[in-house]
Design a protein around this ligand. Sequence first.
Ligand SMILES: Cc1cc2nc3c(=O)[nH]c(=O)nc-3n(C[C@H](O)[C@H](O)[C@H](O)COP(=O)(O)OP(=O)(O)OC[C@H]3O[C@@H](n4cnc5c(N)ncnc54)[C@H](O)[C@@H]3O)c2cc1C
Length: 460
Amino acid sequence: MTISTVSRAHPVVSQLHSVIRGKVLSAADVSFDGARKVWNGAVDSRPAVIVQCQDQTDVVAALRIAREHGLPLSVRGGGHDWAGRALTEGGLVVDLSPMRGVTVDPHTVTAVAEGGASAGDVVAAARPYGLAPVTGTVKAVGMAGLTLAGGYGPLCGKHGLALDNLLAAEVVLADGRVVTASEDDDADLYWALRGGGGGSGVVSAARYRLHPLAAVLAGLLLFPLDQAPAILGGYREIVADAPDALTVMAGFLGGPDGQPLLFLFPTWSGEAEDGERAIARLKRLGTPALAQVGSMPYQNALSTFDASVVDGRHYALRTRWLSELGERPQALLLDAARRVTSPLSAIAIHHFHGAAARVPSADTAFALREDHLLVEILAAWEPSAANAGGPHREWADAISGELASHSLPGGYPNLLGPDQQARVRLAYGANADRLLELRRRYDPHSAFKSAVGSFEAAAA
Ligand SMILES: Cc1cc2nc3c(=O)[nH]c(=O)nc-3n(C[C@H](O)[C@H](O)[C@H](O)COP(=O)(O)OP(=O)(O)OC[C@H]3O[C@@H](n4cnc5c(N)ncnc54)[C@H](O)[C@@H]3O)c2cc1C
């Protein structure tokens, strides 16, 4: 059952008000519209009620009341799922955004973060100890949301995906039970959490492995498009045998005059001297229009793309996995950059290798454990655009279509859309059946709308 508009007197709302210690917001509240905004301004879902949980007890109560009233549920962490799956139309949102506490234990070299903490929250808490978590490339993204389906980032080669550094989680299951999932406690749930995209329960807190990391050598190299063929060819060679300490993102973004530029975003997390050599090799691939690479705290490196991923802009995202950047994909991506329809749109190529590729495929629900590149095609436009984003979406769809026959099956589940369930299933490969079986065990009535959706229907 969904509810379109609820007043404060609605039984669900009054019941929630009587038990929830955080805020309960429905359409009648002035802050409701603000609370239903997510990163992607094109998302305009209207939940019936948003429960801004203060703690795990609130999460348990919200789940119980949603179940009692048969309301659809969604979970909101950092609000960065491009498809807006943090919000459920006419249902109840378990909003973890007030739960952002992080505690660092330098002795065990771990951090415990509440379910709504952002990657930046964990990075900031770890930094005074000379430690860092494994995150994605942008600080504002939810740490749990990022981790539960993967977590590609600048430390991928050295320390794996974010999910490879998830040590334990406190999970509120659909029936309100609170369980701990780790290697020693409920190992099946622990397996499903590492890639399953939050489809098994609400992670109210998680323990992450940290790593000593005083600084990284990182930054942006920008090149004019006419140099792109040589640079993409060189990038292909460099990533093919990159040491673990070097993870290099590449792609295209709009320059200061709106014209697309090719970017390289290397992060070196090893010995400084070797890093200088690795960066010099990247610079020599062309004549950079801008070279801003230097030693910096990890958290500064995670601000590199802040100006390209502004909150509230309108976005549509498409994705592909490539085993390598062969000549044809290079040409297709360059052509796509040349015909880009919006100066705000971008293409990012994430580099998966090293430690992430040495984890056996069956060890976590995330299955693709061979070297590969994750292509993220981000169409972006201002909310005021006259054409409602049509040409920009078409641009992204066209590239995705052109890359399809050069791509690996599936795609990064965190970035696939709700209408791409067949590809989500392919992404899990030989792990798909076990993940579905575990989801049925932990969430028998499919209460949770996972970021990666329910690909069960795509099983046939
Ligand atoms: C600007 C930007 C940069 C990004 N960069 C990267 C990157 O570098 N690497 C990468 O791998 N991905 C990246 N992503 C993708 C990102 O990992 C996913 O969009 C992720 O789902 C975002 O999590 P969130 O908590 O912010 O989002 P939300 O929209 O709040 O949550 C999305 C879904 O995640 C699940 N979820 C979130 N928190 C919890 C929880 N505590 N318990 C249970 N389920 C939960 C829920 O199913 C929820 O619906 C990026 C996305 C954006 C918008």
